[in-house]
Design a protein around this ligand. Sequence first.
Ligand code: ATP
Ligand SMILES: Cc1cn([C@H]2C[C@H](O)[C@@H](COP(=O)(O)O)O2)c(=O)[nH]c1=O
Length: 318
Amino acid sequence: MDARGRAGGGERDAGDHGRSLLARELLPPPGGEGPRGALQGRRPLGGRYRGGDRAPQPLGALDRRGAVARGGDARGGRRPRAPKPLQGPRRRRGAPRPEEGRSLKRLVAEPTRGPFVTVEGLDFSGKSTLVSRLKDELAGLDPPVYFTREPGGAAAAERVRALLLDPELEMAAWTEAYLYAAARAELVTREILPRLGRGETVVCERFLDSSVAYQGYGRGLGAREVRDLNSWAVGTVVPDMTFYLRLDGEERARRARGSEAPLDRIERVGDEFMGRVEVGFEEISRAEPGRVRVLDASLPPAELAGTVRDEILGLRAG
Ligand SMILES: Nc1ncnc2c1ncn2[C@@H]1O[C@H](COP(=O)(O)OP(=O)(O)OP(=O)(O)O)[C@@H](O)[C@H]1O
Ligand SMILES: Cc1cn([C@H]2C[C@H](O)[C@@H](COP(=O)(O)O)O2)c(=O)[nH]c1=O
């Protein structure tokens, strides 16, 4: 349960059961080092990134297969030890399986990556309402649609969520940014990557854009710095499509007043902060019109859900 008493969308103890080959390769051995073997040789935590002038990988730059397949360092630097890539040719759903005689390993390495969709927006813009309708509209599909949220969606990440949203806690802006990134690393490694690798669709309420908007713009840490920090957490996982729920301040304030739940630590920061966060989301959507679809969040919930459902079905159809 979170600060508002809501259960996590995809919360479950990931455990070891049913984990895909890909996930097993990404997860550390017991007592091992970290979510990616790639974390060897990383820059030290703490202090600002002084890694020189290499730009982080632009969001939205990778195609669906490539986003998971390529194991290289998103910053073009030292190549991390790459996970085994999903690099085989794409097999259309229903097409004949590769001919007999090919090794099991080869077959395992050839699933079609599923679409990764995120829902973004300011607090009270209607993300949870939209996602809850989508759960009904997209139930029972094969491959399934998996719904999750950030921060959270995995046992350890839900614990981090509780810390992040605890109104009793104070923390430095970089501490906050690292904790969001840590929760993201857990969710990506344990839940998102394995599912995409099995061809499932993943819909995530908030993702990296929220860190860029809230910590990068809102807290003033810088969009590039926050993306850079998060490159270790997301690896090469980039949303195929992001729905940004745009809502004017007045309607947002009206919805906030109508909410009975106590405000969490971030919601308490104040209007100026939220104004900067909004600028962040607007900048992201301007910079990446191909990935970010802006929705008028004042439309009726059923209309919004219908639009997003159709887009997701379109993505699944390829
Ligand atoms: N399309 C809509 N039209 C009118 N009211 C809406 C709409 N969508 C959501 N609401 C209402 O706005 C309030 C906030 O919605 P919701 O909890 O879905 O937002 P949220 O973006 O998930 O918020 P948070 O990020 O703070 O969790 C709720 O009272 C909800 O009923
Ligand atoms: C992922 C992410 C979230 N936040 C903020 C945004 C919200 O205020 C809370 C999450 O609560 P919600 O009810 O689930 O929307 O956390 C952030 O500041 N940075 C992030 O990366």
